[in-house]
Design a binder for this molecule. Structure first.
Ligand SMILES: *Cc1c(COP(=O)(O)O)cnc(C)c1O
Length: 436
């Protein structure tokens, strides 16, 4: 069987690694080394010529490793495996999602350029646009979820700098409200402003849906990126990032990465290789749990509204059509409005026993937080109102626990009386654990 025709989840344990390279070890070892020995001076010269772009790799030429800032087996194998999910030609991994994002901005924007981005955006990305790109004379203009292609084109024209547009940067589903943006529409906007000399690129931060549930490159995006800290890592124990696209673009990204020095280290690479083996199993289970939890939340009298993509239907045709076209799952991120305000929200959050009160998402354990005072505390009040980030909004990242236990935890935290009173998840004894 042709390996390429297999499903990505079948290849996560083996793709790109040959046990013969490591004494038959079934697992790729951690290549904890800073540098690699050349067989001869001629070989060293050849590797450098290609790495520094002095000449192209010859058709039958085999290149070797040089130095772990440029390449390392754990990173290269990880990059090859990551390309399988998105159907990308190439991939570059980073020591954090933010280093992936900032490298994209620095590589594809220059002083005087205009960046078009979607709101809401991950706080770190918005900070980088407003406070760092601004220092380099790069301006940003935003559109909001729900705006049409025509409205977005108007926004760009109204800046008076439409000829300077260089990059469109979006996040869909948007955090924390799960609003969707049509990637094909963004590509049309990019094409509208592109000229024969300048192609405007579309980049999608696909962190919220991981590499399984949405494949932006198939809808015309040029670059897709991830905070690999989230679903890809999936165990709340590593910070990392990844960028994917065609060979030409990723070559540019890797070149800047070499000189910024923000590549992932071998240990991070190895941890992510390990995580990738269970990516499909984890995400399937998280999506199933998210549906069960959403179904419980929506019928609960203390819950006002549930923002869960699996509930979209004909009553919201614009969002539903994007969902049907672009999304392969309802995902595992749920937000909901609790009746009341901050006081009721905090009371509920403080009563949870199993679900952890922490930011981040996409992990094996369920994580819950209060966007208005936590992840989105920096967003000004007017903008919060427009984005629907109120004091009663709670964001939940659903993990792989048994959904009955998640639902029971939420039920007791919403109830007046303390059903699970006295049980602390950090202090569970065997008496509290169900046998199967
Ligand atoms: C977490 C996150 C980031 C930043 O990633 P780090 O790995 O924390 O640097 C970027 N975008 C989104 C959508 C995220 O959730």
């Amino acid at each position: 069987m042709e390996k390429k025709s297999m499903h990505p989840e079948s290849l996560m344990m083996s793709y790109g690694y040959n046990p013969e390279w490591s004494e038959g070890a079934i697992k790729c070892p951690i290549f904890q080394t800073s540098t690699f020995v050349f067989k001869s001076a001629e070989e060293g010269k050849a590797f450098f010529e290609v790495a520094y772009g002095k000449r192209e790799q010859r058709s039958n030429e085999k290149l070797g490793l040089i130095y772990s800032r440029l390449n390392n087996p754990d990173l290269e194998i990880l990059e090859n495996r990551l390309t399988l999910w998105d159907g990308a030609e190439d991939c570059a991994v980073f020591e954090s999602g933010m280093s992936a994002i900032s490298t994209i901005f620095l590589e594809f924007l220059k002083p005087g350029d205009l960046l078009l981005y979607s709101l809401p955006l991950y706080g770190g990305s918005e900070y980088f646009i407003k406070h760092v790109l601004d220092k380099f004379g790069i301006s940003g203009v935003y559109f909001k979820t729900g705006q049409t292609k025509e409205e977005i084109i108007e926004i760009v024209k109204n800046t008076g700098k439409a000829d300077k547009l260089a990059l469109i940067y979006i996040e869909t589903p948007a955090n924390p409200t799960n609003d969707l943006i049509d990637i094909e529409d963004c590509k049309s906007v990019a094409q509208y402003f592109s000229t024969s000399e300048k192609e405007i690129l579309v980049t999608v931060d696909n962190t919220y849906f991981g590499p399984l549930w949405q494949h932006p490159l198939k809808f015309g995006a040029d670059i897709v990126l991830y905070s690999a800290t989230k679903y890809i890592g999936g165990h709340s124990d590593v910070i990392a990032g990844a960028v994917l696209g065609n060979k030409t673009l990723i070559k540019r990204v890797k070149t800047l990465r070499t000189f910024l020095g923000n590549m992932a280290g071998p240990w991070t690479g190895w941890l992510l290789l390990r995580s990738l083996e269970t990516l499909k199993a984890r995400m399937d289970m998280q999506a199933r749990n998210a549906r069960k939890v959403s179904e419980f939340l929506i019928q609960h009298p203390k819950i006002e509204k549930v923002y869960y993509l699996g509930f979209l239907n004909e009553s919201n045709p614009v969002q539903y059509n994007i969902f049907k076209k672009q999304c392969l799952s309802g995902g595992a991120m749920i937000s909901f409005d609790i009746k009341g305000g901050e006081e009721e929200a905090f009371h509920f959050l403080n009563k949870l026993k199993l679900i952890h009160l922490a930011v981040s998402l996409g992990s094996t354990e369920s994580l819950i937080q209060h966007p208005a005072t936590m992840t989105h505390c920096d967003v000004d009040d007017e903008e919060k109102k427009i984005l629907g980030i109120s004091s009663k909004l709670i964001r939940l990242s659903v993990g792989v626990e048994h959904y009955d236990d998640l639902i029971e935890d939420i039920r007791q935290a919403l109830d007046e009386e303390d059903v699970l009173k006295g049980i602390d998840i950090y202090d569970l004894t065997s008496a509290d654990v169900q046998t199967v």
